[in-house]
Write a protein that binds this ligand. Structure first.
Ligand code: HGY
Ligand code: MN
Ligand code: MN
Ligand code: MN
Length: 422
């Protein structure tokens, strides 16, 4: 009997233990409305990691961190030299985040490995649960800095250029973080520094969209992830008195931002609602009601499943802004470019077989959100498993998946990992 259907493995997954751990973690950075605000590389982030490390050490997993702070919890297989199977996700949240985005994938990984150990299922390959550094890109843009560095997508020299709202560089925040975790075992920065190349990577994550719930399905067998591009636009005009400066003499950064975003909306208009264009972070200087705005910085988040559309529209962004702006100097900087990826069918099959063996309704579907899995695709066979999000709500305190849905996801993850780890 394949381990994917080993009844004792499935029975060893505990819905209560997983939910209790998630609720304990949700208290670290709790905000009103059942939300969580737990930025990366903060004392709150470290407190959550220590809680997780305690649970992992209690069941005999070994713990280590790499130079960008990615945290690894390792279950030894019968052949320690065999390439490990990796699972996991991220523990950092959006500023107005929910209790499940990212963190469920880490807790589900721990639940799956604990069930494997308690059920006596022996795996040839070791299984490593990873908590990636800074997936959200909330405190430091871009997102996925831990998985990008680990997989060789972004050199460390970008760490000085990235600062948070208080002007703290990513490098300094990371140095403080690593000093606070200097008691943990160190490991190289993944395959780029000679670390073990995984046999496969399978990430569990909430869907963050409405489809599974709307179609009455239990499991998303994720087929791939659309592409994403992030840009930072700076418009630099001149501050002036709101009462005395004639309109014709103004170099008003807010008015030029309105012109630019109106033109971008036209460029990005998509009646089929496939292209996703978002402007959501705006900084104004001097940001007072009676001084004309001198500087506006705004972000662009733009997504599409087609690589060509992503490139064409992405390259048109700067020209569109420059033609729309009337009075300000324009600077457009690209901050992030994740190409669309397709996941490996072997991993998808392991997830789908596990769901079917457990009588769960599943569908193969793409991900609209980006994930650390996006950067694992060039490294090893990669896949993801989704569970429903209530009304598709995410990046919002009201984000919700039920204990039953999350337990079903953890059971599928456990069986799929047991199959992949052999
Ligand atoms: O933005 C994203 O897609 C991810 O949830 N951070
Ligand atoms: Mn996430
Ligand atoms: Mn997210
Ligand atoms: Mn005055």
């Amino acid at each position: 009997m394949s381990s994917a259907t080993a009844p004792n493995l499935i029975a060893a997954v505990s819905q209560e233990r997983q939910w209790d751990r998630l609720m304990q973690l949700a208290r670290l950075g709790a905000i009103p409305g059942d939300g969580v605000n737990r930025p990366c590389l903060t004392p709150l982030d470290r407190e959550a990691r220590r809680l997780l490390i305690g649970w992992a050490e209690a069941i005999g997993l070994s713990v280590s961190v790499d130079p960008i702070g990615n945290l690894f919890l390792r279950h030894e297989g019968t052949d320690p030299a065999a390439a490990p199977v990796m699972t996991g996700s991220h523990m950092d949240t959006q500023p107005a985040g929910g209790r499940f985005d990212g963190i469920w994938g880490v807790v589900a990984g721990l639940e799956a490995v604990q069930a494997i150990r308690e059920s006596g299922v022996r795996t040839t390959r070791s299984i490593e649960i990873v908590a990636w550094t800074n997936e959200e890109g909330g405190r430091f843009a871009p997102g996925c800095m831990g998985s990008m560095a680990w997989s060789g997508h972004s050199p460390a020299d970008t760490w000085d250029a990235v600062t948070d709202n208080d002007g703290v560089t990513f490098r300094d925040a990371l140095a403080e973080h690593r000093a606070a975790e200097s008691d943990l075992a160190q490991r190289p920065l993944g395959p780029v520094e000679g670390g073990p190349k995984p046999y496969a990577y399978l990430e569990a994550h909430i869907e963050q969209g409405p489809r599974l719930e709307a179609e009455g399905l239990d499991i998303g067998v994720v087929s791939g992830i659309q592409g994403s591009r992030w840009f930072l636009v700076e418009l630099r005009g001149e501050s002036a008195h709101a009462g005395t400066a004639p309109l014709g003499m103004r170099r008003d950064a807010v008015q030029d931002m309105i012109r630019a975003v109106t033109a971008l909306n036209a460029l990005m208009a998509d009646p089929e609602d496939i292209l996703r264009f978002t402007v959501a972070r705006i900084e104004v200087e001097p940001n007072t009601s009676n001084s004309v705005a001198e500087v506006v910085r705004f972000t662009i988040d733009f997504r599409h499943p087609d690589k060509e559309v992503l490139i064409l529209n992405g390259d048109a962004i700067e020209n569109t802004i420059r033609s729309a702006v009337k009075n300000c100097d324009v600077t457009v900087t690209e901050r992030f470019h994740a190409v669309p990826v397709d996941f490996d069918t072997v991993v998808q099959d392991a997830v789908e077989d596990a769901a079917r063996a457990q009588g769960l309704r599943s569908v193969r579907m793409p991900s609209g959100a980006f994930h650390d899995a996006q950067f694992m695709v060039p490294v090893c066979p990669t896949g993801m498993v989704f569970v429903p999000s209530h009304k598709g709500i995410s990046h919002n305190p009201a984000e919700y998946s039920s204990p039953e849905q999350l337990a079903a996801g953890a059971r599928v993850l456990a069986a799929a990992l047991a199959t992949l780890a052999g």
